[in-house]
Design a protein around this ligand. Structure first.
Ligand SMILES: [Zn+2]
Length: 77
């Protein structure tokens, strides 16, 4: 996969997110408080190009629900 700036991430059968800049933002630090007073269980995973810093993708992930936090957008079989 190649970005418009020419940065080469990885082979087509790999997840480019493992090669991108990755920032995690807890929803409790970025959203208004819930009316119930409960805490958010999610976090934003923000991926950017290491070549030009363009934002590529934002995923919402909840650690308490489990699974792989690095989601696949498209997987070539
Ligand atoms: Zn780029």
């Amino acid at each position: 996969m190649t970005h418009r700036c020419g940065h080469l991430y990885c082979k087509a059968d790999e997840n480019y997110k493992h090669y991108a800049l990755h920032r995690i933002l807890d929803l409790n630090d970025s959203m208004p408080p819930l009316p119930t007073g409960e805490r958010y269980i999610g976090e934003y995973h923000i991926y950017s190009c290491p070549g030009c810093a363009a934002q590529l993708q934002v995923d919402l992930y909840s650690p308490s629900l489990g699974g792989d936090p690095v989601l696949w957008d498209t997987r070539i079989a």
